[in-house]
Design a protein around this ligand. Sequence first.
Ligand code: XMP
Length: 315
Amino acid sequence: MFDPDKFIDDQVQKLRETVKGKAIIAASGGVDSTVCAAIVSKAIGDQLLAVYVDTGFMRKGETESIDGMLGRLGVNHVIVNASDEYFEALKGVTDPERKRKIIGEKFIRVFEREAGKFGAEYLVQGTIAPDWIESGGGLRDTIKSHHNVGGLPTEMNMELVEPLHDLYKDEVRKVARALKIEVAERQPFPGPALAIRIMGEPTRESVDIVREACAIVEEEIEKAAAAGKMDLPWQYFAVLLPVKSVGVQGDVRAYGYTVAVRAVESLDAMSAAYMKIPHDVLEAISTRITNVMKDRVNRVVYDITDKPPATIEWE
Ligand code: XMP
């Protein structure tokens, strides 16, 4: 039987014996990196620096909530606002794979800079067992290059520390509970974040629209699920389409953007079925999106495609 408290004590002791200098970790707000940061911080205190990079593509309230959580855990951390750099690097970029590549590379540059400033000698990573088992077994999805923000190159000149290396997800969750980390049972979210939910160039304006739309989709669906109207989907979000269409506002012709809503059921993201959401829930989503963003969005559509032939994300 896995004992989370014993695991924490053993790791803290081991880390105290092996980590003899400053260490750095990329904190994403996900359970693995948060648990890792909390354990290493227990062992070496402020010799650990957790770096959270705000790329400009985070969900609504995400940066603030991660900042608060790391603070409550007593983890020495820094929030790096790198959004200007990201928007600059993505100027005119519309190809999904180029977006992923640029975002992944930029992340490495920003992180390296912070590691250098701090003088870190150790790199802490929240790798868990399925991460290395899958990449070794050639099971990786080759349809999209799943560049994880946080996926750092091994040639960084630091010694690797991976306290969760042999744990499975359910064990990490047990450790999280033992550490009183609110394990957000949140839906999967892609590393490149909202940048790949904008069909076209990611700009401050387009990311604002998709951020608001995603927040509305999440809220309305979670509300409907809590009220027993539907099951919580595997993933549910909004995508901003590069299509403008004619609408009417009052008695004036409008010309605004289109938002697509996506909600799917899945077991492992390898295949997925579009979710048969009650129409009143779809209507609430559509009404809110077009009210809140009156001047910008005048059409909301629902994606009724399974994977395959589509994928879950649009890019
Ligand atoms: P697709 O769109 O390929 O997505 O059906 C399968 C799952 O992977 C997520 N996804 C990503 N995750 N980096 C990630 O970390 C990425 O670039 C990326 N692209 C897709 C997607 O949200 C779904 O859960």
